[in-house]
Design a protein around this ligand. Structure first.
Ligand code: FNR
Length: 356
Protein backbone atom coordinates (compact mmCIF):
# COMPACT_ATOMS: atom_id res chain seq x y z
CA UNK A 1 0.00 0.00 0.00
CA UNK A 2 1.37 3.39 -0.96
CA UNK A 3 1.10 6.45 1.26
CA UNK A 4 1.96 8.87 -1.54
CA UNK A 5 2.11 8.89 -5.33
CA UNK A 6 5.90 8.87 -5.19
CA UNK A 7 5.88 5.51 -3.33
CA UNK A 8 4.97 3.49 -6.42
CA UNK A 9 8.48 3.56 -7.83
CA UNK A 10 9.73 1.58 -4.84
CA UNK A 11 6.80 -0.80 -5.01
CA UNK A 12 7.27 -1.41 -8.73
CA UNK A 13 11.03 -1.95 -8.50
CA UNK A 14 10.61 -5.53 -7.27
CA UNK A 15 7.96 -6.33 -9.90
CA UNK A 16 10.02 -5.29 -12.93
CA UNK A 17 13.15 -6.47 -14.68
CA UNK A 18 16.14 -4.18 -14.43
CA UNK A 19 15.95 -3.23 -18.12
CA UNK A 20 12.23 -2.32 -18.05
CA UNK A 21 12.73 -0.38 -14.82
CA UNK A 22 15.59 1.55 -16.39
CA UNK A 23 13.68 2.17 -19.64
CA UNK A 24 10.97 3.93 -17.61
CA UNK A 25 13.12 5.60 -14.94
CA UNK A 26 15.95 6.75 -17.16
CA UNK A 27 16.76 10.01 -18.82
CA UNK A 28 19.10 10.92 -21.63
CA UNK A 29 22.83 11.63 -21.47
CA UNK A 30 24.12 12.30 -17.96
CA UNK A 31 20.49 12.62 -16.73
CA UNK A 32 21.14 16.21 -15.66
CA UNK A 33 17.77 17.47 -16.83
CA UNK A 34 16.07 14.49 -15.24
CA UNK A 35 17.55 15.52 -11.87
CA UNK A 36 16.90 19.22 -12.47
CA UNK A 37 13.17 18.60 -12.84
CA UNK A 38 12.99 17.38 -9.27
CA UNK A 39 15.48 19.86 -7.83
CA UNK A 40 13.61 22.82 -9.30
CA UNK A 41 10.23 21.64 -8.08
CA UNK A 42 11.68 21.02 -4.62
CA UNK A 43 13.24 24.49 -4.54
CA UNK A 44 9.99 26.23 -5.50
CA UNK A 45 7.94 27.59 -2.63
CA UNK A 46 4.30 28.58 -2.52
CA UNK A 47 3.14 30.90 0.23
CA UNK A 48 -0.09 29.60 1.78
CA UNK A 49 -3.06 31.84 2.55
CA UNK A 50 -4.95 31.53 5.83
CA UNK A 51 -8.47 31.92 7.20
CA UNK A 52 -9.90 31.23 3.78
CA UNK A 53 -12.84 29.38 5.30
CA UNK A 54 -12.47 26.47 2.90
CA UNK A 55 -14.30 23.31 3.82
CA UNK A 56 -14.05 21.21 0.67
CA UNK A 57 -11.88 22.58 -2.14
CA UNK A 58 -13.12 22.22 -5.69
CA UNK A 59 -10.42 20.57 -7.81
CA UNK A 60 -12.48 20.46 -11.01
CA UNK A 61 -11.70 22.33 -14.20
CA UNK A 62 -12.41 22.41 -17.94
CA UNK A 63 -9.59 22.06 -20.46
CA UNK A 64 -10.18 22.60 -24.17
CA UNK A 65 -13.81 21.58 -23.78
CA UNK A 66 -13.03 18.49 -21.67
CA UNK A 67 -14.34 18.46 -18.09
CA UNK A 68 -11.84 17.16 -15.52
CA UNK A 69 -12.31 16.25 -11.87
CA UNK A 70 -8.78 17.52 -11.26
CA UNK A 71 -6.25 19.46 -13.35
CA UNK A 72 -4.29 16.36 -14.31
CA UNK A 73 -3.98 14.20 -17.42
CA UNK A 74 -2.11 10.94 -17.95
CA UNK A 75 0.99 11.77 -20.01
CA UNK A 76 1.37 9.93 -23.31
CA UNK A 77 3.72 7.02 -22.72
CA UNK A 78 4.76 4.34 -25.16
CA UNK A 79 4.54 0.57 -24.81
CA UNK A 80 2.55 0.22 -21.59
CA UNK A 81 2.30 -3.54 -22.02
CA UNK A 82 5.90 -3.59 -20.78
CA UNK A 83 4.47 -2.85 -17.35
CA UNK A 84 1.30 -4.97 -17.40
CA UNK A 85 -0.35 -7.28 -19.96
CA UNK A 86 -3.40 -5.01 -20.08
CA UNK A 87 -1.17 -1.92 -20.32
CA UNK A 88 -2.96 1.04 -21.89
CA UNK A 89 -6.39 -0.53 -21.35
CA UNK A 90 -5.97 -0.59 -17.59
CA UNK A 91 -4.52 2.90 -17.29
CA UNK A 92 -7.11 4.41 -19.66
CA UNK A 93 -9.92 2.80 -17.66
CA UNK A 94 -8.48 4.20 -14.41
CA UNK A 95 -8.22 7.67 -15.96
CA UNK A 96 -11.85 7.45 -17.12
CA UNK A 97 -12.95 6.34 -13.66
CA UNK A 98 -10.98 9.22 -12.12
CA UNK A 99 -12.52 11.70 -14.58
CA UNK A 100 -9.30 12.85 -16.24
CA UNK A 101 -8.01 12.57 -19.83
CA UNK A 102 -5.79 9.71 -20.89
CA UNK A 103 -3.37 10.64 -23.66
CA UNK A 104 -2.83 7.74 -26.08
CA UNK A 105 0.74 7.53 -27.41
CA UNK A 106 1.45 7.05 -31.11
CA UNK A 107 3.57 4.17 -29.79
CA UNK A 108 0.81 2.56 -27.72
CA UNK A 109 0.98 -1.21 -27.50
CA UNK A 110 -2.79 -1.55 -28.03
CA UNK A 111 -4.46 0.04 -31.08
CA UNK A 112 -5.71 3.56 -30.41
CA UNK A 113 -9.29 2.56 -31.32
CA UNK A 114 -9.34 -0.10 -28.61
CA UNK A 115 -8.13 2.38 -25.98
CA UNK A 116 -10.40 5.22 -27.10
CA UNK A 117 -13.39 2.85 -26.86
CA UNK A 118 -12.70 2.54 -23.12
CA UNK A 119 -12.20 6.15 -22.22
CA UNK A 120 -12.63 9.63 -23.67
CA UNK A 121 -9.01 10.17 -24.69
CA UNK A 122 -6.60 12.56 -26.34
CA UNK A 123 -4.17 11.33 -28.97
CA UNK A 124 -0.43 12.08 -29.01
CA UNK A 125 1.13 12.30 -32.45
CA UNK A 126 4.75 11.74 -33.40
CA UNK A 127 5.76 13.22 -36.74
CA UNK A 128 6.53 10.28 -39.04
CA UNK A 129 8.50 10.17 -42.26
CA UNK A 130 5.42 9.02 -44.13
CA UNK A 131 3.06 12.02 -44.39
CA UNK A 132 0.24 9.69 -45.47
CA UNK A 133 0.69 7.79 -42.23
CA UNK A 134 0.50 11.01 -40.19
CA UNK A 135 -2.70 11.92 -42.00
CA UNK A 136 -4.12 8.45 -41.45
CA UNK A 137 -3.29 8.54 -37.73
CA UNK A 138 -5.01 11.92 -37.29
CA UNK A 139 -8.08 10.64 -39.09
CA UNK A 140 -8.12 7.44 -37.04
CA UNK A 141 -7.85 9.45 -33.80
CA UNK A 142 -10.68 11.79 -34.80
CA UNK A 143 -12.89 8.92 -35.97
CA UNK A 144 -12.21 7.07 -32.71
CA UNK A 145 -13.59 10.09 -30.83
CA UNK A 146 -10.36 11.52 -29.42
CA UNK A 147 -11.07 14.96 -27.99
CA UNK A 148 -7.71 16.61 -28.63
CA UNK A 149 -4.52 16.02 -30.58
CA UNK A 150 -1.17 16.52 -28.85
CA UNK A 151 1.74 16.69 -31.26
CA UNK A 152 5.15 16.07 -29.69
CA UNK A 153 7.89 18.33 -31.04
CA UNK A 154 10.93 17.49 -28.90
CA UNK A 155 11.84 14.17 -30.54
CA UNK A 156 13.50 14.90 -33.89
CA UNK A 157 15.56 11.90 -32.83
CA UNK A 158 15.37 10.00 -29.59
CA UNK A 159 17.69 11.28 -26.85
CA UNK A 160 20.49 8.82 -26.11
CA UNK A 161 19.37 6.91 -23.06
CA UNK A 162 22.52 5.29 -21.88
CA UNK A 163 20.80 2.92 -19.50
CA UNK A 164 18.98 1.34 -22.45
CA UNK A 165 22.17 1.07 -24.47
CA UNK A 166 24.02 -0.52 -21.54
CA UNK A 167 21.15 -2.93 -20.84
CA UNK A 168 20.85 -3.81 -24.56
CA UNK A 169 17.18 -3.01 -24.07
CA UNK A 170 14.80 -4.50 -26.63
CA UNK A 171 11.05 -4.84 -26.71
CA UNK A 172 9.76 -8.36 -26.09
CA UNK A 173 7.88 -9.84 -29.09
CA UNK A 174 4.55 -9.35 -27.28
CA UNK A 175 5.02 -5.56 -27.16
CA UNK A 176 4.72 -3.69 -30.45
CA UNK A 177 3.78 -0.23 -31.67
CA UNK A 178 0.24 -1.39 -32.38
CA UNK A 179 -0.76 1.70 -34.36
CA UNK A 180 2.18 1.32 -36.72
CA UNK A 181 2.63 -2.43 -37.23
CA UNK A 182 3.40 -3.23 -40.86
CA UNK A 183 3.93 0.46 -41.54
CA UNK A 184 7.56 1.15 -40.63
CA UNK A 185 10.75 -0.54 -41.69
CA UNK A 186 13.45 -1.94 -39.43
CA UNK A 187 16.12 -0.27 -41.57
CA UNK A 188 18.04 1.19 -38.64
CA UNK A 189 17.93 -1.83 -36.37
CA UNK A 190 21.67 -2.46 -36.62
CA UNK A 191 22.87 1.08 -35.93
CA UNK A 192 25.65 0.83 -33.29
CA UNK A 193 25.13 2.81 -30.08
CA UNK A 194 21.36 2.92 -30.46
CA UNK A 195 19.06 0.84 -28.28
CA UNK A 196 16.53 -1.19 -30.25
CA UNK A 197 13.77 1.25 -29.32
CA UNK A 198 15.83 4.23 -30.45
CA UNK A 199 16.61 2.42 -33.72
CA UNK A 200 12.93 1.82 -34.31
CA UNK A 201 12.26 5.51 -33.65
CA UNK A 202 15.03 6.55 -36.04
CA UNK A 203 13.46 4.56 -38.84
CA UNK A 204 9.96 5.93 -38.31
CA UNK A 205 10.33 9.52 -37.08
CA UNK A 206 10.97 12.50 -39.34
CA UNK A 207 13.58 14.89 -37.89
CA UNK A 208 12.80 17.50 -40.58
CA UNK A 209 9.45 18.37 -38.93
CA UNK A 210 9.09 22.17 -39.08
CA UNK A 211 6.68 25.06 -38.52
CA UNK A 212 5.11 24.69 -41.98
CA UNK A 213 4.32 21.10 -41.19
CA UNK A 214 2.67 22.23 -37.98
CA UNK A 215 0.51 24.64 -39.97
CA UNK A 216 -0.39 21.81 -42.33
CA UNK A 217 -1.26 19.62 -39.36
CA UNK A 218 -3.48 22.39 -37.97
CA UNK A 219 -5.37 22.50 -41.27
CA UNK A 220 -5.91 18.71 -41.13
CA UNK A 221 -6.98 18.58 -37.49
CA UNK A 222 -10.61 19.38 -36.62
CA UNK A 223 -10.12 18.96 -32.86
CA UNK A 224 -8.11 21.09 -30.39
CA UNK A 225 -4.37 20.92 -31.07
CA UNK A 226 -1.70 20.98 -28.36
CA UNK A 227 2.04 21.20 -28.98
CA UNK A 228 4.07 19.18 -26.46
CA UNK A 229 7.72 19.77 -25.69
CA UNK A 230 8.03 23.56 -25.68
CA UNK A 231 10.58 25.27 -23.41
CA UNK A 232 11.28 28.61 -25.13
CA UNK A 233 8.64 31.38 -25.09
CA UNK A 234 9.49 32.23 -28.72
CA UNK A 235 8.49 28.73 -29.75
CA UNK A 236 5.32 28.99 -27.68
CA UNK A 237 4.40 32.19 -29.53
CA UNK A 238 5.10 30.54 -32.88
CA UNK A 239 2.97 27.56 -31.94
CA UNK A 240 0.08 29.88 -31.11
CA UNK A 241 0.62 31.75 -34.40
CA UNK A 242 0.46 28.38 -36.19
CA UNK A 243 -2.95 27.81 -34.60
CA UNK A 244 -2.17 25.74 -31.51
CA UNK A 245 -4.86 25.76 -28.84
CA UNK A 246 -2.39 24.75 -26.17
CA UNK A 247 1.24 24.09 -25.37
CA UNK A 248 2.76 21.55 -23.02
CA UNK A 249 5.84 22.93 -21.30
CA UNK A 250 7.92 19.77 -21.13
CA UNK A 251 11.43 18.40 -21.42
CA UNK A 252 9.99 14.91 -21.94
CA UNK A 253 10.77 13.93 -18.36
CA UNK A 254 14.48 14.53 -18.98
CA UNK A 255 14.55 11.96 -21.79
CA UNK A 256 15.38 14.23 -24.74
CA UNK A 257 17.86 17.16 -24.77
CA UNK A 258 20.03 16.67 -21.69
CA UNK A 259 20.96 20.15 -20.48
CA UNK A 260 17.48 21.57 -21.06
CA UNK A 261 16.05 23.56 -18.13
CA UNK A 262 13.60 22.08 -15.69
CA UNK A 263 10.06 22.43 -17.08
CA UNK A 264 8.94 24.31 -13.98
CA UNK A 265 11.68 26.90 -14.59
CA UNK A 266 10.63 27.32 -18.23
CA UNK A 267 6.96 27.73 -17.34
CA UNK A 268 6.79 31.35 -16.12
CA UNK A 269 8.16 33.06 -19.26
CA UNK A 270 5.91 30.90 -21.44
CA UNK A 271 2.82 31.79 -19.41
CA UNK A 272 3.81 35.46 -19.75
CA UNK A 273 4.19 35.06 -23.53
CA UNK A 274 1.09 33.03 -24.43
CA UNK A 275 -0.93 32.48 -21.27
CA UNK A 276 -3.72 34.74 -22.51
CA UNK A 277 -3.82 33.13 -25.94
CA UNK A 278 -3.76 29.41 -25.27
CA UNK A 279 -3.90 26.73 -22.61
CA UNK A 280 -0.55 26.06 -20.94
CA UNK A 281 0.13 22.64 -19.44
CA UNK A 282 3.27 21.33 -17.74
CA UNK A 283 4.94 17.99 -17.22
CA UNK A 284 8.25 16.51 -16.10
CA UNK A 285 8.89 15.63 -12.49
CA UNK A 286 5.39 16.00 -11.02
CA UNK A 287 5.27 13.48 -8.19
CA UNK A 288 2.62 14.78 -5.78
CA UNK A 289 -0.45 16.93 -5.38
CA UNK A 290 1.82 19.61 -3.96
CA UNK A 291 3.92 19.56 -7.15
CA UNK A 292 0.73 19.95 -9.17
CA UNK A 293 -0.28 22.90 -6.98
CA UNK A 294 3.14 24.49 -7.50
CA UNK A 295 2.72 24.23 -11.29
CA UNK A 296 -0.79 25.69 -11.13
CA UNK A 297 0.38 28.53 -8.87
CA UNK A 298 3.08 29.21 -11.48
CA UNK A 299 0.51 29.62 -14.25
CA UNK A 300 -0.17 26.16 -15.67
CA UNK A 301 -3.79 25.15 -16.23
CA UNK A 302 -3.05 21.49 -15.56
CA UNK A 303 -0.21 18.98 -15.34
CA UNK A 304 0.57 15.72 -17.08
CA UNK A 305 1.85 12.93 -14.87
CA UNK A 306 4.11 10.27 -16.35
CA UNK A 307 6.30 7.73 -14.62
CA UNK A 308 4.44 7.42 -11.27
CA UNK A 309 1.44 6.04 -13.14
CA UNK A 310 3.57 3.47 -14.97
CA UNK A 311 4.97 2.32 -11.64
CA UNK A 312 1.41 2.05 -10.32
CA UNK A 313 0.42 0.11 -13.46
CA UNK A 314 3.16 -2.42 -12.76
CA UNK A 315 1.60 -3.18 -9.36
CA UNK A 316 -2.04 -2.96 -10.55
CA UNK A 317 -2.70 0.11 -8.43
CA UNK A 318 -3.58 2.80 -10.94
CA UNK A 319 -6.99 3.56 -9.40
CA UNK A 320 -5.40 3.91 -6.01
CA UNK A 321 -2.61 6.09 -7.40
CA UNK A 322 -5.00 8.53 -9.06
CA UNK A 323 -7.11 8.60 -5.88
CA UNK A 324 -4.00 9.42 -3.85
CA UNK A 325 -3.03 12.18 -6.24
CA UNK A 326 -6.48 13.75 -5.98
CA UNK A 327 -6.28 13.47 -2.20
CA UNK A 328 -2.84 15.09 -2.16
CA UNK A 329 -4.03 17.97 -4.33
CA UNK A 330 -7.11 18.47 -2.16
CA UNK A 331 -4.95 18.51 1.00
CA UNK A 332 -2.49 20.93 -0.59
CA UNK A 333 -5.35 23.25 -1.55
CA UNK A 334 -6.79 23.10 1.98
CA UNK A 335 -3.40 23.80 3.54
CA UNK A 336 -2.75 26.68 1.14
CA UNK A 337 -6.22 28.13 1.78
CA UNK A 338 -7.63 27.67 -1.73
CA UNK A 339 -11.29 27.01 -2.39
CA UNK A 340 -10.75 26.37 -6.09
CA UNK A 341 -8.16 26.48 -8.87
CA UNK A 342 -8.71 30.19 -9.45
CA UNK A 343 -7.48 30.76 -5.89
CA UNK A 344 -4.46 28.53 -6.53
CA UNK A 345 -3.53 30.70 -9.52
CA UNK A 346 -3.45 33.72 -7.16
CA UNK A 347 -0.88 32.20 -4.77
CA UNK A 348 2.60 33.68 -4.52
CA UNK A 349 5.53 31.51 -5.57
CA UNK A 350 9.19 31.91 -4.70
CA UNK A 351 12.44 30.03 -4.64
CA UNK A 352 14.14 28.88 -1.51
CA UNK A 353 17.79 29.96 -1.13
CA UNK A 354 18.47 26.66 0.67
CA UNK A 355 19.80 23.57 -0.97
CA UNK A 356 17.16 20.90 -0.43
C1 FNR B 1 7.40 9.00 -22.26
N1 FNR B 1 7.04 10.22 -22.84
C2 FNR B 1 6.43 10.22 -24.08
N2 FNR B 1 6.02 11.39 -24.62
C3 FNR B 1 5.37 11.41 -25.81
O1 FNR B 1 5.01 12.50 -26.28
N3 FNR B 1 5.11 10.25 -26.47
C4 FNR B 1 5.50 9.02 -25.99
O2 FNR B 1 5.25 7.99 -26.60
C5 FNR B 1 6.21 9.01 -24.77
N4 FNR B 1 6.65 7.82 -24.24
C6 FNR B 1 7.21 7.80 -22.99
C7 FNR B 1 7.55 6.58 -22.41
C8 FNR B 1 8.06 6.54 -21.13
C9 FNR B 1 8.42 5.21 -20.52
C10 FNR B 1 8.23 7.74 -20.39
C11 FNR B 1 8.75 7.72 -18.97
C12 FNR B 1 7.90 8.95 -20.97
C13 FNR B 1 7.19 11.49 -22.09
C14 FNR B 1 5.96 11.74 -21.25
O3 FNR B 1 4.83 12.04 -22.04
C15 FNR B 1 6.16 12.94 -20.30
O4 FNR B 1 6.60 14.05 -21.02
C16 FNR B 1 7.15 12.63 -19.17
O5 FNR B 1 7.12 11.30 -18.78
C17 FNR B 1 6.81 13.52 -17.99
O6 FNR B 1 7.72 13.39 -16.99
P1 FNR B 1 7.51 12.48 -15.67
O7 FNR B 1 6.14 12.78 -15.09
O8 FNR B 1 7.64 11.06 -16.12
O9 FNR B 1 8.64 12.94 -14.83
Amino acid sequence: MAESLADYEQLAATALSRSVHDFVAGGSGAETTLRLNRAALDALTVTPRVLAGVDEPDTSTTLLGTELTMPVAVAPMAYQRLLHPDGELLLAQAAADAGIPYVISTLSSYPLEKIAAIAPSWFQLYWLRDRGLVDALVERAVTAGCQALMVTVDVPVMGRRLRDVRNSFTLPPSVVAANLVDMVTEAHSEVPGLSAVAAHTASAFDPSFGWRDLEWLRSRCPIPLLVKGILDPRDASRAVAAGADGVVVSNHGGRQFDGAPASIDALGPIVDAVGNDCTVLLDSGVRSGTDALKALASGASAVLVGRPLLWALAVEAVDEALGLLRHELRDAMLLAGCADLAAVAELTTGRTPWQI
